[in-house]
Design a protein around this ligand. Structure first.
Ligand code: GTP
Length: 556
């Protein structure tokens, strides 16, 4: 089924359910005149008409939304006045408005049942929002920097990440090269001998000369607002204050050159109206995102833990609790204090919105939301969440999981493996004689070796394998579902690849090796025991002469 057909089916279902909802509204409005405790009746009425308003508008029935909105206003005024039982006048007025709603629904069900979904294209995303771009194989980077040492160092480090790097010591040389061949990204220093802002000026000049924007990333030793503003005015996509963190550069350059294929954003939609939740889910899925829907707030904690969303879209009015309470609950869970929450509701009362936002909610989208706006609002927040999360769990030099994160992962996968009686191997890797590399070639060259091994591991290991930087020159790999023999094959191939790497430095060319120890969960069921076993096996591999991979049971 296409997205258009799925949305048409949801729309049809909503129409079919309207008479039933109307009946319930009528029953409740009769109860209003007889009951002494009007509050629970009014609460349910409010939810019913509020949902018809919001869902109706979301599915393109704006008149129905308006009529339901008028009934909602009446319910709200009764709720706000705290009336235990409405007066006869109030009740009459309310009855009339329900009647108008009934007439509207009857007319809509007759006229709309014959109409086709093609009339409702506004409910869909435009084509341009849908097609995900395919990642590029190579990426041509022009690196322009007048500090020759830094130029060389960055060039080697970025080279480890598979970029085709061309280096330029002057802005004029860069200009010439751009005329010859257009790059995917320009990585640009700002201050050159000809001026404090020569870098931004040249990018602007190239843009004007060539008539198209040059994807530029600036780096500078200046961190003042004027320098940053100049970079923005020159069309800079990012600005890094020196010393530059290579992993941050790589992340931005991968995005700019469309080389990275990021994991789809994960969006949790909490809404008691399954139809409208599914409609929003379809729009987000069409834009390449993963969605989970939750209609029962009681399942919220499980949904957060299992689905691990990057953002939560939340309705405000739900049975049993409201969005404000749920948002507050999320904020009180230490793991989710930073999780973006956005209300998606048809509430327009500013006072109520303000109160709902006060619990630490990032934003508000009004139903009916324009499809592109929904996608844009979700993407921008989910992206920021990803960056923040990545800073917390990733090592800043290599971009691999840090010690805390890999330990956490190991704990989870170990528990999973035990539950499912599955195999799992934990491997510790340590670069051989690394101190000597640092002592001979300097710390920056040592960093390049760490980067190269990290990159190799990311490229060669399976998506299901988890890699982390355990400490200085120590790495950890979790191979879920692998027997010790399978793990050995994988790690030993990595070892053979790594020793082929040639590191070129002004002091000469050298290569490096590593040693590894593998331990299996079939012998050790606790985190500590597994780690210790891998560590001891690694120590034996070192003791045995280095540049080798040992499985625990092989160890002499
Ligand atoms: N360049 C660089 N060096 C680091 C980093 N973290 C730790 N190191 C260095 O890694 C070296 C580790 O040395 P040792 O533990 O003595 O071991 P080794 O020289 O690798 O010898 P074996 O492990 O016995 O083969 C030390 O010199 C640390 O300074 C880092 O982030 N960058």
């Amino acid at each position: 089924m296409t997205a258009q057909e799925r949305i048409a089916a949801l729309r049809k279902k909503f129409l079919e359910q309207l008479p039933e909802r109307l009946e319930r509204i009528k029953v409740l409005s009769t109860q209003l005149s007889t009951t002494a405790a009007a509050a629970p009746v009014l609460d349910e009425l409010h939810r019913l008409v509020h949902n018809i308003k919001g869902t109706g508008r979301s599915f393109g029935f704006s008149d129905l939304g308006d009529v339901a909105g008028q009934v909602e206003d009446l319910v709200c005024s009764l709720l706000d006045s705290g009336a235990s039982a409405p007066t006869t006048d109030c009740h009459q007025l309310f009855g009339q408005s329900v009647q108008v709603l009934g007439l509207h629904i009857a007319a809509l069900c007759t006229t709309e049942s014959a109409s086709e979904y093609t009339e409702h294209e506004a409910l869909l995303l435009p084509e341009t929002c849908i097609a995900p771009l395919s990642p590029k194989e190579t990426c041509l980077v022009y690196l322009c920097e007048d500090d020759e040492l830094l130029l060389q160092q960055l060039s080697i480090q970025l080279g480890c990440f598979g970029y085709e790097i061309h280096t330029f010591l002057s802005t004029e040389a860069l200009r010439e090269a751009v005329r010859e061949r257009w790059p995917d990204v320009v990585l640009m220093d700002i201050e050159f001998p000809e001026g404090r802002s020569a870098g931004t000026s040249i990018v602007q000049a190239i843009r004007q000369e060539m008539g198209k924007p040059l994807p530029a990333v600036f780096m500078s030793s200046h961190d003042d607002i004027q320098s940053r503003l100049n970079a923005v005015l020159a069309g800079g996509e990012a600005y890094f204050h020196k010393p530059v963190n290579v992993m941050d550069l790589v992340r931005v350059m991968d995005e700019l050159s469309n080389r990275s294929q990021p994991e789809p954003y994960r969006v949790l939609i909490v809404d008691d109206e399954p139809g409208v939740a599914t409609y929003h889910a379809i729009l987000l899925q069409e834009a390449g995102m993963l969605t989970a829907q939750l209609t029962d707030p009681a399942q919220l904690r499980n949904a957060l833990d299992d689905f691990r969303p990057d953002i939560v879209l939340m309705d405000i009015y739900m049975p049993g609790c409201n969005g404000r309470d749920l948002a507050k609950l999320i904020r009180q869970l230490p793991d989710y204090v930073g999780l973006p929450i956005v209300y998606l509701s048809s509430e327009t009362d500013r006072q109520k919105l303000f109160s709902a936002m006060q619990v630490g909610v990032e934003g508000f989208l009004c139903k009916p939301v324009v499809p592109q706006e929904l996608v844009a609002a979700v993407s921008v927040r989910a992206d920021r969440m990803r960056i923040l999360r990545s800073r917390m769990v990733r090592d800043s030099l290599t971009g691999l999981l840090n010690h805390t994160a890999i330990t956490q992962f190991l704990e989870n996968v170990l528990a999973n493996a035990e539950r499912q009686q599955a195999e799992l191997c934990f491997t510790m890797i340590d670069i051989d004689a690394f101190k000597q590399v640092n002592d001979t070639y300097g710390h920056p060259v040592g960093d390049q070796v760490l980067l190269a091994l990290s990159r190799l591991m990311q490229q060669r290991l399976r998506g299901s394998d988890i890699v982390g930087r355990y400490g200085g020159e120590e790495f950890a790999i979790i191979l879920a579902g692998a027997s010790p023999a399978m793990a050995w094959d994988i790690i030993d191939e990595l070892r053979r690849n790594f020793e082929l790497f040639k590191f070129k430095t002004p002091q000469g060319t050298f290569s490096c090796t590593f040693s590894a120890g593998i331990a299996s969960c079939t012998r050790h069921t606790t985190l500590t025991a597994l780690r210790e076993a891998a560590d001891k096996t690694l120590y034996r591999a070192k003791h045995n002469g280095r540049n080798q991979v040992l499985i625990e049971e092989d160890a002499p």
